[in-house]
Ligand binder design. Sequence first.
Ligand SMILES: [Zn+2]
Length: 51
Amino acid sequence: MQKLLCPYCSVGPSDGQARTLAAAGDRLTVTWHLLSCPHYAADRVLAGEED
Ligand SMILES: [Zn+2]
């Protein structure tokens, strides 16, 4: 699994509070975010996980 740094909050597994998974071609990527990161909210909408 490939780990990507969010360009907005730039947190990693040690200091991230939430993560999103995405399939990119035949690879799975994981991106960590702060809970307040707008990119995290956007990723959840794209993944259909919006509550
Ligand atoms: Zn982020």
